[in-house]
Write a protein that binds this ligand. Structure first.
Ligand code: BEZ
Ligand code: FE2
Length: 406
């Protein structure tokens, strides 16, 4: 048994003083310090520095490790030029990202307090890194392909990757399913994938309404995607509509990434169906997709996480860099309220989205913990979330399944 205490402990969305946590692989007891010390007098006692805050380990629900080699290769500023550059450089990028490089990316997340991440895997090349990484991983096997002639082959390939990733629970890896997007996956395959998800109770994720061009293509088969689909797929019109795509997920809560271009009606529908959104502000900025109106998500009670996306559309995988960007970007609301919501989005909400007992300091939950240390004593304790986001570069200590990794 171990006991950890910090000046503040994040419990039920609040920063509590005078608390301690007893844990083994899981959290055993969360209670006032005296009570814990009395009950577990022989436990190993872990000290933290003054002005530390004990958080549940942070969760990055959406990252593409296979593209970790990108720095100055891909074309930023607008979605279609970026997509063309991905297609042109995909092989080189993917081949230059070996397991060592992917593990480096996992380590960058670890240093920013990430104890669980959702890895969107196009090819399965990042599975070994996810097995070796200390973190918990939901390994989202991606399905992509709009050509009806190749649906069987691509589904079989996906199934093999799905099965391979299902065999590493001992290394904290669980298998999930990623639908690439409404414009790139044939509805027949989508249907099969959702049946599989239901059978295995897998977590499902899908990119949705990321760019203005995507919206235009799905609505009227025009715009920048027209030339793209003619050139690469000899395809003249979209394979689905926005409504048909979203409705395919009815009754199966899904984690939709981006949704920057979703309208009020669509956001409402996502909320009613119990879906959630992965919000990647830096990726959206770099690919010219616009600002996600998170105030509308809040208004519609639509759950969201903040996530980094991959290095194919970002400069770092630090979750704190991402949170700072979100804090600066969303200027309309109260900054204090926003800071608390953002911390919630990468802890409690993200844990619920991934369907694991993580993201909360709560008895019976996994002992995944992160300690951050504020540079000084906070004068307003109600601003601890804000100070955490503004001042944290790296966490001070980090535990996964009760074992220390930072
Ligand atoms: C497709 O297979 O249809 C596709 C692949 C990549 C991007 C867009 C579409
Ligand atoms: Fe993504």
């Amino acid at each position: 048994m171990k006991i950890i205490q910090a000046d503040y402990t994040y419990i039920d969305g609040q920063f509590k003083k005078g608390y301690a946590v007893a844990f083994e692989k899981k959290i055993v007891l969360v209670a006032p310090i005296d009570e814990i010390v009395q009950k577990y007098s022989k436990a190993e006692h872990i000290e933290t520095k003054p002005n530390s805050v004990l958080y549940p380990g942070f969760i990055n629900t959406h990252v593409h490790l296979e593209f970790s080699a990108n720095k100055t290769t891909l074309n930023y500023g607008s979605f279609l030029p970026w997509l063309y550059s991905v297609i042109e450089n995909r092989e080189t990028l993917v081949n230059s990202c070996d397991t060592q490089m992917a593990l480096g990316a996992c380590n960058e997340m670890l240093e920013s307090g990430v104890t669980t991440f959702g890895a969107i895997s196009s090819l399965g090349l990042d599975l070994q890194a996810c097995i070796q990484a200390p973190q918990r991983v939901v390994f989202f096997n991606e399905l992509i392909g709009s050509n009806p002639q190749s649906v069987d082959a691509l589904y079989q390939d996906f199934l093999q990757r799905f099965k391979a990733s299902s065999q590493h629970q001992d290394n904290l890896v669980s298998a999930g399913i990623a639908i690439h997007s409404p414009y790139s996956l044939h509805p027949i395959v989508l249907k099969k994938a959702l049946l599989l998800a239901k059978e295995y109770k897998s977590v499902v994720s899908a990119h949705l309404l990321e760019s203005p061009a995507e919206r235009e293509w799905l609505e009227s088969s025009t715009g920048e995607f027209k030339e793209f689909f003619e050139k690469f797929f000899n395809q003249r019109s979209a394979i689905t509509t926005i409504d048909a795509f979203i409705s395919a997920f009815d009754g199966y809560p899904t984690h939709f990434t981006h949704c920057v271009q979703a309208n009020d009606k669509e956001l409402k529908k996502l909320s009613v169906q119990g879906h959630s959104v992965a919000h990647c502000p830096r990726s959206n900025r770099l690919l010219g997709c616009g600002r996600l109106a998170i105030e509308k998500l809040i208004e519609n009670k639509l759950s969201f996480s903040v996530a980094t996306d991959g290095l194919s559309s970002n400069t770092s995988l630090s979750l704190f860099d991402e949170l700072r960007s979100a804090l600066m970007l969303h200027h309309l609301g109260d900054i204090h309220v926003l800071a608390n919501l953002l911390i919630d989005s990468v802890t409690i909400t993200a844990g619920e989205i991934l369907g694991l007992d993580i993201g909360q300091i709560k008895e019976g939950y996994e002992a995944d913990l992160a300690v951050i240390t504020l540079p000084e004593k906070p004068t307003q304790e109600e601003d601890i979330a804000l100070w955490t986001i503004l001042h944290t570069q790296k966490v001070n200590q980090l535990y996964i399944q009760g074992e220390q990794h930072v």
